[in-house]
Design a protein around this ligand. Sequence first.
Ligand SMILES: Cc1ncc(COP(=O)(O)O)c(C=O)c1O
Length: 408
Amino acid sequence: MTSPTLKFRSIIPYMRGEGGFAFIARGRELASKGHHVVNLSIGQPDVPTPDNVIESAVHWLRDKKYTAYTETPGIPELRQAVADYLNERYGSDVDWREVVVTPGTKGAIFLSLATYLDPGDEIIVPEPSYPAYPEGAKILNAKARFVPLRFEGSDKGFKLDMEAIEEAITPKTKMIVVNNPHNPSGAVFTPREIDELVDIAREHKIMILADEIYDNYVYDGSFKSLISYPDWREFLVYTNGFSKTFSMTGWRLGYIVVRREVAEILSKLAVNIWGCPTSFAQKAAVTALKDPDTWKWVEKISKRYAEMRTLLYNELQGIEGVEAWKSRGAFYLFPRISSLLNKVNMNVDEFVNYIIDNYYLIILPGTAFPDTAGKDYVRFSFATSREAILEGAKRFREAVEDLLSKQS
Ligand SMILES: Cc1ncc(COP(=O)(O)O)c(C=O)c1O
């Protein structure tokens, strides 16, 4: 008889992990065996958290007043700092009581889904997608309806497909997810696209779950935050976090902004799940948002990544079968490689595994971003050094040439 410890919920065999985390582990394993690994898969800045933020955390730890539980939705000082950031930057009118601080933006995403989704409900997810939205829905016995982004070629890039989004709406649709700037495509949807999306939400009376975690990494074009609409309280669940902006991925801090009644409900759920976010990390996060030195640091890093984007984009030019679009935001390039895959007779997972095993270059297959739209793409991160990009692009070119030569 099967042991009760092995009798899981019926959904468990269908859960997927996150490609990004699996590939980080794979890179570490290869490096531990002495291989010179080049990792262009990582979704985090290549530099540690700024010194002023680290010093703040150490200070508040030594002070010993912030080692205990805090308020479930976060300390008022941090909630106010988040509201100030959004209001100054996007001309919004967020009240501090509308901010709920969470353990990571992933925590924010899951808490938002758990607040709204009944079993059988649907969310619309433009794909390729960061996996936490559809997987979160799945945990709740709800369902993601995927709508592919339109790739309009290497000069225009990726667009939201409004018609397909409208067609995907059913009576069970609760929300449309929009991650902007977008992981993995590097798209920054235009203000017009965002306006159109908001019109759809208003007309059909469904919510938008916004994830704007890359809002400080916009290189070209203009970015319109969903929190900037005067009537945001009618349709928006807004999420963001500290991981990417301040290189604080390991600190686990994110936040949700919702109208006040909802913030109170979110807090009721959160108190039963995690109690509160980490106390001294919250104090350091206030420093991150309020100290002008941090913003100088953010500007410097973002400028450097803009250069790394151009460098990687240039390096990928002329590689047979690789159609790169110079992304506009986040820190990824997501070239289409369908003609290359056809020529070498491989699917994208086989291709990426070949490159990892033979060239010790870690990139991510587009299939790490559900549902299936990513099957013709690979994701490169350029949140790294010039040397890593040059070496990674060189290995990639050699691998492609090697595979093509085997076909002829
Ligand atoms: C689009 C997107 N949202 C959320 C997250 C998760 O962020 P956090 O570290 O704050 O949980 C990531 C991390 O890669 C991401 O790419």
